[in-house]
Design a protein around this ligand. Structure first.
Ligand code: UT7
Length: 398
């Protein structure tokens, strides 16, 4: 666990008060104007258990700039491919119904002893390789998942599997299909707040473990995958996280959830009649598809507009629209509302279905590696789903 302290070198005369709290609160909804941000933040860290590294070495390696950029990405999917025709053998559905209503044709599902963390590690390794960053130089690892292999959090297992020698902080972010956007924005806030140079953001989910495979209303939608992005501190002119907008609405929880099963042993007045309690388990995914559909089509365009405004940009600046891959009809509806042509919409859900927190980095990785998304291009990205939660970010690739 890292304990960070900060030494600031302000360049703006009127901005010489204590700086951490104004920065963090402002970043909740918008990127702080560059001319008012510190030129450099020098962080020294006392890392518990890292006694082989001297404090001066840590200081030297942790000079942090005022911008942050996406410098590497990676992804991983399980081997088992499940087609719509395969599903029609276990539930009353058809390839035609699924592809027309969702755009999905295939999905990948983990099997046997495979775990979500295995996919996450593979995706993270590929992102580090592309970024040419050593695992030892990772300062923070954020695992965005709602299906951790361990209820206490799986991020430290990924940190260990990657062999990050500096014991960087690693923890889970639980926000279902919005998880990756929240992780990306969190990474930018950590970097701009000072003390973190290389932040690995991993989105990984194995919702197949929580799907009711007898429910045709949900089992046709989901797949398993992992994707990762390395976010790195940089100078302001290279900044690649321009603006964002994040929300939640707990009132909408009932439309999409996988709640803990209620203890059914209650007395007539609601008091628990048996003790000790039974070991808990979670229900399968419960979803009101129509409501979630309407919610997404309503809030996502609004959220992207707000993120654009916070970035000081307009729709015409968007090179690519990269939404959480839930349903092709949602992607089309949002693009239409924002007047973004179909050939500027990144979509790979035909092959993978809805992979929750993994869907955005998985689609980004494919688009980058295929040469579709080029360095310097601007992407409007948005995640939405259970919670309910939703959020958007306007970013630049590399
Ligand atoms: O990350 C966020 C996660 N969730 C979402 O993004 C979900 C968003 N919602 C959706 O994608 C769509 O609402 C669904 C794809 C889930 C459903 O599409 P829909 O056009 O809203 O269909 P529906 O639920 O209104 O169902 C229409 C009909 C019903 O039959 P009746 O009552 O009209 O006779 C359903 O029983 O289609 C039936 N149906 C199916 N038929 C064949 C529902 N699922 C299936 C199925 N195969 N898999």
């Amino acid at each position: 666990m890292a304990n960070a302290s900060w030494v600031f070198t302000p360049t703006v005369p009127h901005f010489n008060k204590p700086m951490i709290s104004p920065l963090i609160s402002t970043f909740r909804s918008r990127v702080y104007p560059h001319d008012r941000i510190l030129k450099r933040v020098l962080c020294s860290s006392a890392v518990h258990g890292a006694d082989k590294v001297s404090v001066s070495e840590l200081k030297a390696s942790r000079v942090v700039g005022k911008g942050c950029k996406l410098v590497g990405c990676g992804s991983a999917v399980p081997k088992l491919e499940v087609s719509n025709d395969d599903l029609s053998k276990i539930v009353d559905t058809s390839d035609e119904w699924i592809s027309v209503r969702t755009g999905i044709r295939n999905r990948r599902v983990i099997t046997g002893k495979d775990k979500m963390t295995g996919l996450a590690v593979e995706a993270a390794q590929k992102a580090l390789e592309m970024a040419e960053v050593d695992a030892d130089d990772v300062d923070l690892l954020l695992l965005c998942t709602s299906t951790p292999d361990d209820l206490f959090g799986s991020a430290p297992q990924i940190q260990a599997a990657l062999g990050c020698k500096g014991n960087p902080l690693a923890f889970d972010i639980t926000a279902a299909c919005s998880g990756f956007v929240l992780g990306l924005v969190s990474a930018s806030c950590y970097i701009r707040g000072g003390g973190f140079k290389n932040v690995l953001v991993v989105g990984a989910d194995a919702l197949s473990r929580y799907v009711d495979w007898t429910d045709r209303g949900t089992c046709i939608l989901f797949g398993d995958a992992a994707g990762a992005v390395l976010v790195q501190a940089c100078e302001s002119e290279d900044d690649g996280v321009f603006g964002f907008d994040l929300h939640s609405d707990g009132e909408g929880y009932r439309h999409l959830h996988t709640g803990i099963k209620a203890n059914e042993e209650f007395g007539t007045n609601g008091s628990v009649v048996d003790f000790p309690p039974k070991r808990s388990s979670y229900s399968s995914i419960q979803m009101n598809g129509k409501e979630v559909f309407r919610f997404a089509c309503r809030v996502v365009p609004q959220s992207i507009e707000i993120a654009l405004e916070n970035a000081g940009l307009t729709r015409s600046s968007i090179d690519w629209l990269l939404l959480h891959q839930a349903n092709q009809r949602i992607l089309d509806a949002v693009a239409t509302r924002l007047e973004i042509p179909a050939d500027r919409v990144i979509s790979n859900l035909a092959n993978y279905g809805n992979t929750s927190a993994a869907s955005i980095p998985l689609a980004l990785d494919e688009a980058v590696r295929s040469g579709k998304v080029k360095p310097g291009q601007t992407i409007a990205t948005s995640g939405f789903g259970a919670g309910l939660t939703w959020g958007s970010a306007i970013i630049r690739w590399n």
